[in-house]
Design a binder for this molecule. Structure first.
Ligand SMILES: [Zn+2]
Length: 89
């Protein structure tokens, strides 16, 4: 079962809610920032495969992208490196 990597995260208790989990950004610089912050919060290093749930983001900061776009379209730019996946609990 995939869980939010943040220590004492409320999502661990909210079993009936659907909470989106985000993988670390692919961009190495942003990824490093995430790892720094998360390691500090958790008091230990986190794995690069760790996930962070939506409770730690402002709703307006979440860019939900789904991998269904046409490669022939001229506007294929996906700025966001986060991926959202809704977890069925
Ligand atoms: Zn969390």
């Amino acid at each position: 079962m995939v869980r939010c990597c943040v220590i004492n995260c409320l999502s661990h208790n909210e079993k009936n809610k659907k909470i989106s989990l985000f993988t670390l950004p692919k961009n190495p610089n942003i990824r490093k920032e995430w790892i720094n912050v998360l390691s500090e919060v958790n008091g230990k290093d986190i794995l690069s495969t760790s996930r962070v749930c939506e409770l730690h983001f402002n709703p307006w900061d979440i860019s939900r992208t789904y991998s269904c776009w046409s490669s022939t379209s001229s506007k294929t730019t996906l700025e966001s490196t986060e991926t959202a996946e809704t977890k069925e609990v």
